[in-house]
Design a protein around this ligand. Structure first.
Ligand code: NDP
Length: 235
């Protein structure tokens, strides 16, 4: 299973970096998109912004030249812009959707060409527990993350017969810059609602992504896999 061309968006830090490190350890040819910062050791860093289709096209062209067509795509890049509905501007909403949902569409569309030719591909979309569970102050973020579920399922119905799977990983609260930015009180409140009694480490999300991308998961598509310590159970 090693030696595949893998591309992860937002692989310079956080969950994306941990995912990249897993595939590197398996011997895959890993590329990550970066806007700032560096790619992890052993990965090819390609500059791209998921809100800009031209930069994505350029990044894919480089990856295809260096590693071959992308066989495993992980759409991980994401942002939050939390505020209550009454205070949320239209830009707050559309900027988050543009990065988290339309950004995934842009990379998916570009990757699908190569996957269709190969008749082989693995797509993993990084959603969030709040996409299905909901969260006050995150109407923009939860809408974008719920949209990824429809995306994976439509892709499964459209391209499932061509050796391509598409799944969603829905992490709960994971230690990263994104959650470190929450104030202590909010962190305590979240912690109290997680049956596992702790936040996840980035590595715990990464290993699920790796497995969904493996041959062992060939018959799993359109699934939403929670990695949330039981927080969203039953959603
Ligand atoms: P971080 O904020 O640590 O990292 C976000 C990554 O996305 C960075 O690499 C960032 O690049 C990149 N990114 C953001 N916007 C763009 C863009 N327009 N183009 C390209 N790259 C971009 O977040 P996490 O690692 O915590 O989150 C990763 C994913 O997991 C996100 O989709 C997030 O929504 C999801 N998630 C996170 C949870 C958590 O608890 N941490 C829980 C559930 C889901 P740059 O460094 O340039 O800003």
């Amino acid at each position: 299973m090693s030696g595949r061309s893998v591309l992860i968006t937002g692989g310079n830090r956080g969950i994306g970096r941990a995912i990249a490190e897993k595939f590197i350890a398996d011997g895959d040819k890993v590329a990550v998109t970066t806007r700032n910062g560096d790619a992890p050791e052993g990965a090819l860093g390609v500059a791209a912004d998921v809100t800009d289709a031209a930069s994505i096209d350029e990044a894919f062209t480089t990856v295809e030249k260096e590693h071959g067509p992308v066989e495993v795509l992980v759409a991980n890049a994401g942002i939050t812009r939390d505020t209550l509905l009454l205070r949320m501007s239209e830009d707050d909403f559309t900027d988050v959707v543009d990065t988290n949902l339309t950004g995934a569409f842009r990379v998916l569309k570009r990757a699908s060409k190569g996957m269709l030719k190969m008749r082989r591909g693995r797509v993993v979309l990084i959603s969030s527990v709040v996409g299905l569970y909901g969260s006050p102050g995150q109407i923009n973020y939860s809408s974008s993350k719920a949209g990824l579920v429809g995306m994976a399922r439509s892709l499964t119905r459209e391209l499932g017969g061509r050796g391509i799977t598409a799944n969603v990983v829905a992490p709960g609260f994971v230690r990263s810059d994104m959650t470190d930015a929450l104030d202590e009180d909010t962190q305590k409140k979240y912690l109290a609602s997680i049956p596992a009694g702790r936040f996840a480490e980035t590595d715990e999300v990464a290993q699920v992504v790796r497995w969904l991308s493996s041959d062992e998961a060939a018959y799993i598509s359109g699934a939403v896999i929670p990695v949330d310590g039981g927080l969203g159970m039953g959603h």
